[in-house]
Design a protein around this ligand. Sequence first.
Ligand code: PXL
Length: 277
Amino acid sequence: MQTPARTLTIAGSDSGGGAGIQADLRTFFACGVHGMSAITAVTVQNSLGVTGVHTIPPKVVAAQIEAVATDIGVQAAKTGMLATAEIISAVAAACDRVHIGRSGIPLVIDPVAASMHGNPLLAGEALEAIRTELFPRATLVTPNLDEVRLLTGLDVGTRAQQRDAAKALADFGPRWVLVKGGHMYDDAECLDLLYDGTDFIELVGPRFDVKHTHGSGDTLASSITAALAKGNDMVAAVKAGKDFITRSVQAAYPLGSGVGPVSPLWRLPDGGDFLTP
Ligand code: PXL
């Protein structure tokens, strides 16, 4: 067997299995790449929300990144929940040491700030570290509109404002910006805006009326990361990720008594029915 492309997620664990590391690894698998993880935090979580967070020592986060990068190798990496400014600084330094980010190995930054239930996943003072330490290292940043507001102070309610937000985010130094329009609920479609500092590319998909969207940002960022690891250019990778998340939202399922996850199970032959007795 040939070794598949290798991808790394630097993110938090969701005990409910819908978001975070668990969403990233199952997306990596469904996209045909080898997934690796540097865990930043353990959340106590179910479909109703997050009731506890235990952060991992920054040194241990950095050591996970360096251990896999120096031996196994990484073709693309992504970050999700980073929890604290101290972890962000450790991640930035470790990525520099193994040439992840900037003009090296592609680095996708999903600036996760809160769960969809509104539970904080990032310390307030860590926003500045995301802007100054991570964005300049990013190949792509993928904020939703809540994260855009936190990072830039801009409220986005129209497609014109989405463009202004992309420009403001580009000023922080990432190579590419993807402003996700999923939270623009008045829009009949779901428009994600990709910007390279010069040109805008509009990626339009259908909007589904589904409640179960837990892990959608993670699944989009990790499918883009998998596509980059396989050698796609950014436009092709983001288009592939957009298609992947659209199908995964369509395949979302109920779980527990709260919000269920988007699902990459559609990608399995027969949706995984081969083990049904
Ligand atoms: O979907 C964002 C996210 C990322 N990482 C972890 C999470 C969540 C949302 O709940 O729990 C660990």
